[in-house]
Design a protein around this ligand. Structure first.
Ligand code: PZK
Length: 287
C-alpha cells in the first residue's frame, strides 16, 4: 500500500522530523555525529540505527513507568513512527553524577538547579541521590539550567508528577546499565501530553546522544570521564588542533571504524541483542 508523502516539520543537529498525518510523526535518526556542539562532516555508518534501536528498547521496558510515543519501528531501523503530542516546554534532565554544566554550577554556587549539594564533591562523583535538574529548550545556543520554581512556572501543577516520573525513569535505566557495566551519569528526555492530558515519554530515550554513558571499569572520580561512544572522535579532533568552531574536521577511516564499533558495543551491551539481529528485524528490541 503506497503511503502519503511525509512532510518535513523540523530538523535537529543529527535528526529529522516529518509529519505522517494529523496524529503521527516520523522521527528519522541520521548517521551524523556532533562533538563540541559542531556536526562533523564525516558520518558514522549505522549510528542512527543504534540510537533508534536503543530508544525502542528503553521505550518497551519503561512502559510500566510512563507510556511513550512509539507506534512502530520502520524496517530501515532508523525511523520511528510516533504519536504527535503537545510537548512540555522544558528539557527533563536527571543527574546521578556531578559533571558537565552541573559540575560548573556546583563549583560556582554549591547548588544545581536549586538543589543545595554537600560541600567537597569532586568532579564526576556519584551524587548522594539522583537529582531532577530541568533546563529550558533553547532554540539556538545552549539549554539553560533552571530551578524547580522556574520549572513549576513553565509546567504548572504537573511539576511533581514530572519530577517523580523523570527520577523513576533514570533509576530504572541506571540500574539496568550498571548491571551491564555502563554508568548512566546523566540523561535528558522530553515529555509531552496526549489528547487526554496524560504524560507521555517522547523523542529519544537513554541513547548516547541524550545521555552520558561511562564505561564502569574506567570510572575514576576527580576528573572528567572518557565518553563511551565519542572519545575517539574527541581525541582525533584535539590531535589535529581543531578550534571547535564550524566546520569540524573530516574523520579518518580508522576513527570512523572505532567509533562505529563503540556504538554497536553500547547497543549490544545494553540490549543483550546482536546488532545484526536488529538490522534484520528492528522490532526485535520491542519484544
Ligand atoms: C517533537 N521535537 C524535537 C526531534 C527534530 C526535532 N511525539 C512528538 N510530538 C510532538 N512533537 C514532537 C514529538 C517527538 N519526539 C520533538 N520537536 C517536536 C525534535 C527530532 C528532530 F527536528
Amino acid at each position: 500500500m503506497p503511503e502519503t508523502q511525509a512532510t518535513h516539520v523540523a530538523s535537529g543537529k543529527v535528526r529529522e522530523l516529518y509529519a505522517l498525518d494529523d496524529e503521527r510523526l516520523l522521527l528519522v535518526a541520521s548517521d551524523r555525529i556532533s562533538t563540541f556542539d559542531v556536526v562533523i562532516p564525516t558520518d558514522i555508518p549505522d549510528k542512527g540505527r543504534v540510537l533508534t534501536g536503543l530508544s525502542g528498547f528503553w521505550f518497551a521496558r519503561t512502559r510500566q513507568i510512563v507510556p511513550n510515543h512509539l507506534l512502530a519501528l520502520r524496517d530501515d531501523g532508523r525511523s520511528t513512527e510516533c504519536r504527535r503530542l503537545e510537548m512540555l516546554p522544558l528539557e527533563c534532565v536527571v543527574r546521578g553524577y556531578i559533571t558537565g554544566s552541573g559540575w560548573k554550577d556546583y563549583l560556582a554556587t554549591g547548588e544545581v538547579c536549586g538543589h543545595v549539594l554537600p560541600k567537597g564533591l569532586t568532579e564526576s562523583e556519584r551524587l548522594p541521590q539522583p537529582l531532577f535538574t530541568p533546563s529550558t529548550k533553547a532554540q539556538t545556543g545552549h539549554d539553560e539550567n533552571i530551578t524547580r520554581d522556574q520549572a513549576a512556572e513553565l509546567i504548572g501543577d504537573r511539576f511533581e508528577e514530572v519530577e517523580r516520573t523523570a527520577l523513576d525513569l533514570y533509576r530504572f535505566a541506571a540500574a539496568h546499565s550498571e548491571s551491564r557495566g555502563i554508568i548512566l551519569a546523566d540523561t535528558k528526555f522530553e515529555l509531552g501530553l496526549d489528547a487526554d492530558g496524560a504524560l507521555v515519554l517522547a523523542d529519544e530515550a537513554f541513547t548516547p546522544d541524550s545521555s552520558r554513558f561511562w564505561p564502569a571499569d574506567r570510572y575514576s572520580p576527580g576528573r572528567a570521564q572518557r565518553s563511551f561512544d565519542k572519545q575517539y572522535v574527541r581525541d582525533y579532533c584535539e590531535s589535529v588542533g581543531w578550534d571547535k568552531t564550524y566546520p569540524g574536521p573530516e574523520l579518518p577511516e580508522e576513527v570512523v571504524a572505532e567509533t562505529r564499533a563503540k556504538y554497536i558495543e553500547a547497543f549490544e551491551r545494553l540490549t543483550g541483542i546482536s546488532f545484526d539481529e536488529y538490522v534484520a528485524d528492528p522490532e526485535v528490541v520491542l519484544r
